[in-house]
Design a protein around this ligand. Structure first.
Ligand code: CP
Length: 311
């Protein structure tokens, strides 16, 4: 893959708009083909190592099922099994895994660890969530928006919540694809400055809007999508009381949704903490496409695996 088709999927910043669009359209096709014809043998005999330092339902299951449905196999490696960076260096683990498997999928606390795996592995590395980025989630959202809105350019995405890894990846995708992105968060919870600066270049190139505001109601006035995520991310458990207090006014509830235009969608990275960042009523409303997005994790990741592993 040239820039449109890089060797790894680490942040989405390494790709260009054409490459991301190609993946999203491929995901739509892969899903339709699977629904019509069932499993294929496109990755017959190929293996994925799944390194997970953190818990996961969606990411682990969708990568494992993706490999199975494409005729390959996945090997799940828990933190206690390989102790990445402790039992041996990340470089040595990357070298060894590259001799056995065709792709490494890694969920780590430190983003640097996935960057290092990509640096040392001779097989593709896919970021399955780090403290900075969650590109697979953003791709699944992109596919979901294509399915529901039939277009991406010009859409107004409003992320109500923490300027976290999911927000970073959605903003990166939005910047590449000509969407507008607003983060509505309490003061002190903006995206890191260095990431904002890098992502902002994408919006400047397209002439689209990228902004951070500290009040959710005005932010959703023109929204095509309201997105949210848990207030307390994995690894932040000690900050629970403080963060719940700061985010009270940023709940995605029926009142906030009523301030958005008719037809505005809502989604969530999942797992959701119902009654905190999103209410039951909104989760159960027809506006909410979070389970479509969860379903699309499977197909978007199949598209990524096929793009990275095609010979
Ligand atoms: N959204 C997401 O990545 O879910 P899991 O943490 O369950 O994998």
């Amino acid at each position: 893959m040239a820039k449109a088709n890089p060797k790894h999927l680490v942040t989405l910043m390494e790709m260009d708009a054409a490459g991301i669009l190609e993946l999203l359209h491929s995901a739509v096709e892969v899903k339709a083909k699977f629904q019509k014809m069932g499993p294929s043998q496109e990755l017959q005999g190929r293996s994925a190592a799944l390194i997970f330092e953190k818990p996961s339902l969606r990411t682990r299951v969708t990568f494992e099922v993706a490999m199975v449905q494409l005729g390959g196999a996945a090997i799940y490696l828990s933190p206690s099994q390989i102790a990445l960076g402790k039992r041996e260096t990340v470089a040595d683990a990357a070298h060894a895994l590259s001799r056995w498997v065709d792709v490494i999928v890694a969920r780590t606390f430190s983003h640097q660890m996935v960057e290092d795996l990509a640096r040392y592995a001779s097989v593709p590395v896919i970021n399955a969530l780090t403290d900075k980025y969650h590109p697979c989630q953003a791709l699944a959202l992109g596919q979901t928006l294509l399915e529901h809105k039939k277009r991406l350019e010009g859409l107004n995405l409003v992320f109500v919540g923490d300027g976290n890894n999911v927000a970073n990846s959605i903003a990166a995708m939005a910047g590449h694809l000509g969407m507008n992105f607003t983060l509505a968060c309490p003061r002190g919870y903006e995206q890191p400055e260095a990431i904002q600066k890098e992502i902002n270049r994408l919006f400047e190139k397209k002439g689209t809007s990228y902004r951070t505001v500290h009040e959710p109601v005005a932010a959703v006035a023109n929204a095509d999508l309201i997105y949210t995520d848990v207030w307390v991310s994995m690894g932040e458990e000690g900050r629970e009381a403080e963060k719940k207090d700061h985010f009270q006014a940023f709940q995605v509830n029926e009142e906030l949704l009523s301030k958005a235009p008719k037809g505005c969608l809502v989604s969530h990275c999942l797992p959701a903490h119902r009654g905190e960042e999103i209410t039951d009523a909104v989760m159960e409303s027809p506006a909410c496409v979070c389970f479509d997005e969860a379903e699309n994790r499977l197909h978007a990741q199949k598209a990524v695996l096929l793009a990275l592993l095609k010979k």
